[in-house]
Design a protein around this ligand. Structure first.
Ligand code: ZN
Length: 187
């Protein structure tokens, strides 16, 4: 089931999310719905606060796009992160153009460490601890920010933030359009 995504300006995106345990109700179904919602919106990551649930749960996945047939292939590198913790960040940083399903039509270069040491529980509550890099590390850091009440525009320079203020205010006011389902105020 595709769930509506909450936009920038929603209080849940500013909350510190709570850890969960195995007793969390209907978790399997929730995770499946989060993957469906993410792929349905062409995203590569989705954090639970983005579907209005302040819990420490993230899904990440990449689907290769075939230009010839204009279809998506089987998802690759799917990662369900429950209660993820960044244990250490590498010293090397780089910029990468990020977007966010909660912040439609804004894409900005964000500076982040290229590698992190990450500890998390998977969907079976098995613990993993790995040093990760590449797109996985990038998306994981963006999504873990969501669990801590942060969004990627918070990480931009004061000048860029000023330049984006009107667009962000418009999103907060509900003035935006997306091809995927968003939660609207008073609905
Ligand atoms: Zn995001």
């Amino acid at each position: 089931m595709i769930l509506p995504i909450v936009p920038y300006g929603s209080p849940v995106l500013r909350k510190t999310s709570e850890p969960i345990d195995k007793s969390y109700p209907n978790l399997k179904e929730l995770i499946a719905n989060m993957y469906e919602t993410m792929y349905g919106a062409d995203g590569v990551g989705l954090a639970a606060p983005q579907i209005d649930l302040p819990i420490r749960l993230v899904v990440i996945g990449f689907r290769p796009y075939d230009e010839k047939t204009e279809t998506y292939g089987e998802p690759q590198e799917e990662h369900t992160l429950i209660n993820p913790v960044i244990l250490e960040s590498g010293s090397e940083k780089d910029y990468f153009n990020e977007g966010c399903l909660s912040i439609p039509d804004i894409h900005e270069d964000v500076l982040r460490p290229t590698t992190i040491c990450l500890r998390w529980l998977d969907e079976n509550f098995e613990q993993h601890e790995e040093t990760i890099g590449g797109l996985f590390a990038r998306v994981a850091q963006h999504e873990i920010d969501h669990l801590d009440g942060k969004v990627f525009t918070d990480r931009l320079s004061p000048l860029r933030k000023t330049m984006l203020r009107r667009k962000l205010n418009d999103i907060t006011a509900g003035k935006f359009s997306t091809r995927y389902r968003m939660k609207r105020k008073n609905k």
